[in-house]
Design a binder for this molecule. Sequence first.
Ligand code: GLU
Length: 426
Amino acid sequence: MSMPSEKAEAHLSHPLFLNALQSVEQAAELIKCDENVLERLKKPKRCIAVSVPVRMDDYSVKVFTGYRVQYNSTLGPYKGGIRYHQGVDMGEVVGLAALMTFKNSLMGLPYGGGKGGICVDPTKLSRTEKQNLTRRYTSEIGPFIGPAKDIPAPDVGTDAQTMAWMMDTYSQESGYAQPGVVTGKPVEIGGSLGRVGATGLGAVYVAERAFERKGKSLKGATVVIQGFGNVGSHAALYAHERGAKVIAVSDVKGGIFNGDGLNIPELMDYIKTNKFVENFPKSKPISNEDLLLLGCDALFPCALENVIDTHNAEKIKAKMIIEGANGPVTNAATTILHKNGVFVVPDVIANGGGVVVSYFEWVQDIMSFFWDEEEINKRLKSIIIKAFDQSYTMATEKNVDMRLAGMAVAVQRLEKAMLLRGLYPR
Ligand code: GLU
């Protein structure tokens, strides 16, 4: 694989991006993708870095760095979340924007791929500071976003309230309400029913399908979930509601275990007041590292990238991995897991539920006509299952793992569209 060597391209050397590139190159080989298309797919179209000065509660001013990467717009406006985390840098955002491009393609959405973020620990900010940061960041990237250009959404460290501030700032600067500029908003201001739980629900639909394909059922299966944020908590809840036994979950502070199954609705109530899962009644503590190694029918890594790599892949005892997070399992680890018979459903399929319902939200905003939750969940299920099935067929036909298969389906759609659009000027 070619390695970007120039200093100017240092942001193209992040492990997450290199992993994505490697899959893209392998996928391109598998489907005999046009060489010129592949060259174009290997680079982000636009990388924006902005400084974001923020008035803090003590009246001092702190300057944060924000990013928005617009990776590819062949299929439509750029689309992808905004991450607030102390680990965010341009390289990570490029990797995440690339993943969005292939996820949106695989889901069959009329979107290109983008991602944004700010290097900040949001848990250290007051509500006012977070609002000031969000509004100034929105204003700084304002010229580049818009309902027809680039539509941000929540990701790690951001939520519906963050999107409400983004929507308001963009609308104030436009002079009129522009609900379609972001998705994942509260329902009261043009958000969609079902959006909050959509990524977790999508992951569970995918898990059900994967079990079905293996002649098994999610009902009665043992499930382990790493990360109890928006994705992990909803995946746990929907798996629990479908009769799975969720035996362990964790958050940044560590995990909890109960071999008979945790009561997830009670746990969701518990974290409303306690914030973290630790000391939940009828559970034993377990470290995040040990949690990943538990024997179970399905492991859902729903936190951050690169948690399963060559240092622990051989020790994984789960029979199936459903990637709720973006990039939790590296390519090298995927190869080891595949060899060991662990069925890995990659992020571009498993966590696609969020952006699928974001798409529904955007459509509803444009039409100013809103659907009920049943309609949304039904449509989500059919789109995500189709993406799973297309990838499964590709995996079976070409005898490759699901990561490569999903990427191949995604690259194939992009290739067709890029060849039809051609190159400007030529
Ligand atoms: N941040 C989510 C993801 O990684 C959602 C993106 C969106 O809804 O645009 O897929």
